[in-house]
Design a protein around this ligand. Structure first.
Ligand code: AP5
Length: 220
């Protein structure tokens, strides 16, 4: 295993801030951040067959079938920008995806799991205020991360909208699904002493500070 080639896997309930924090860590470490949710939403924006199939599950808050996610990840993981390390957001998400990833990467990278802890009530509060860009996928929050112009994306000036799976009834299903599938990730991280656990119920900048502090020794 090469200690300099780091992989950080963000996991936590929906709306815990995985995407927000993995993007900031990506900028800080100059490593690519990959979100399987975003890869899947991009396939939907492009109206591909794979995107259409995944949409059937995603709008109900169910996990997309492993074969779809693995096809996307296999393609993404072979890109050259992955050589020095990378950040994963929302993958792996269950035991089968974890086993696949470890088979592929375990001997080549130093793998750390970053758990972002947030309670259910805060998840519902956050996701009711999230707005995403329908064109480029950039994410905002009405209160905690407002766009500069109300209702418009800072990146491409397109319209912002509520994510289809952010409706409260769907969020509740996503939360219970997360609880049912995340246990193997936590167990693996604890057993192998690879867990970085973060209190996600703090302001965005404080969560970022805590993450940067906890990984400082690994990246120096
Ligand atoms: P995905 O997009 O991964 O959704 P998720 O895991 O449910 O997570 P979210 O994107 O909802 O939230 P987040 O934790 O990234 O929080 P964010 O930073 O955006 O997956 C969507 C769907 O795709 C899944 O349900 C599934 O169907 C499918 N899928 C994806 N990966 C899959 C896989 N591996 N296998 C099978 N299916 C898969 O923040 C949320 C909001 O809160 C934002 O508005 C943000 O501005 C705000 N915010 C962030 N941090 C804070 C803070 N500290 N304080 C206040 N507000 C904050």
């Amino acid at each position: 295993m090469n200690k300099n080639r780091l992989v950080f896997i963000f996991f936590g309930p929906p709306g815990s801030g995985k995407g927000t924090q993995s993007d900031m860590l990506s900028e800080h470490l100059k490593l690519p951040a990959i979100s399987t949710g975003e890869l899947l939403r991009n396939e939907q924006r492009l109206k591909t067959k794979l995107g259409k199939e995944a949409a059937r599950y995603m709008k109900k808050g169910e996990l997309a079938p492993d074969k779809i996610v693995e096809a996307l990840m296999d393609k993404r993981l072979t890109k050259r920008d992955m050589a020095k390390g990378f950040i994963l957001d929302g993958y792996p998400r269950n035991k089968s995806q974890l086993d696949d990833l470890l088979r592929l990467l375990k001997d080549k990278y130093d793998i750390w799991l970053v758990e972002v802890r947030v309670k259910d009530k805060e998840v519902l509060n956050r996701l009711s205020g999230r707005r995403i860009c329908l064109k480029c996928g950039a994410s905002f929050h009405l209160v905690y991360k407002p766009s500069k112009k109300t209702g418009l994306c800072d990146v491409c000036a397109s319209k912002l909208a509520i994510r289809e799976d952010d409706k409260p009834a769907v969020v509740r299903g996503r939360l219970s699904r997360y609880k049912a599938t995340a246990a193997p990730l936590l167990a693996y991280a604890k057993k192998n002493k690879k867990l970085i656990s973060i209190n996600g119920e703090q302001p965005i900048t404080k969560v970022k500070k805590d993450i940067f502090a906890k990984i400082a020794k690994l990246v120096e």
